[in-house]
Write a protein that binds this ligand. Sequence first.
Ligand code: HPA
Length: 278
Amino acid sequence: MSEFLTLARIDAVVQAVKERTDYQPSVGMILGSGLGPLAESIANADKIPYPNLPGWPVSTVQGHTGQLVIGELEGKQVLVMQGRSHFYEGYDMPLVGLPVRVMQRMGVEVLIVTNAAGAVNPDFEPGDLMLLTDHLNLIGMAGNNPLRGPNLEEFGPRFPDMSQVYDHELLDLARDVAVENGITLQEGVYVCLAGPSFETPADLRFLRAVGVDAVGMSTVPEATVAHHGGTRVMGVSGISNKANLDGNTVTTHEEVLEAGQVIVPKLTSLVRGVLKAL
Ligand code: HPA
């Protein structure tokens, strides 16, 4: 039996956050594997470890600190998730979306969601950033959409449009900031798989054939919930490894975390630039 969210459950978390911070964030951020250090540049932050939040899906993966960092960055009040939870950790999809619901109830209007991803597009290299122009909701298509269950009318409609999940104005803003800062920015379609096993070469050839540029195990549930609730979304993948379409290279979580060190400075400049311009 799946666990569905209720407004009361969401608001219990909102209450717990509000008891620990006076900030009123308008921007939310989710930092993926190895990308947590971006939160270190936030001034005068209030930090709330996930276990202090009732019913919060605690991240169990190495490379995910597991706390909210709330403070100011480039003059904007931000609520940052330093680490996230994933479907493969055993959480039901609606629960993976809980943090975004909490952000929405707190007044967050823009969500910047990041992840570490494997390059399916052969033109991408480890260390590249990829702006998400769209996603393939493969797990959702197969029955695990985070919006499954009773619709929460307070947030959005039963059958939400998904023709433009990634906000066009934010995409343009990110492109401008990248040019100004000399950051090479790839663009493409991200797919979220259930994981936790990495893909077989046949999986990857299938994904390439259906138009995927980067593959990971996150982001799509959060972006779907964000868009359902009217939050403007920008998504960025840090390309950590080349996907193994020919079966002659090995993918490890260590290389994903290592690539984060190259990606974080670029991602930090991009995010700061976008925040400044918002
Ligand atoms: N596959 C799936 N998820 C990932 C990968 C990958 O190659 N790299 C980082 N996250």
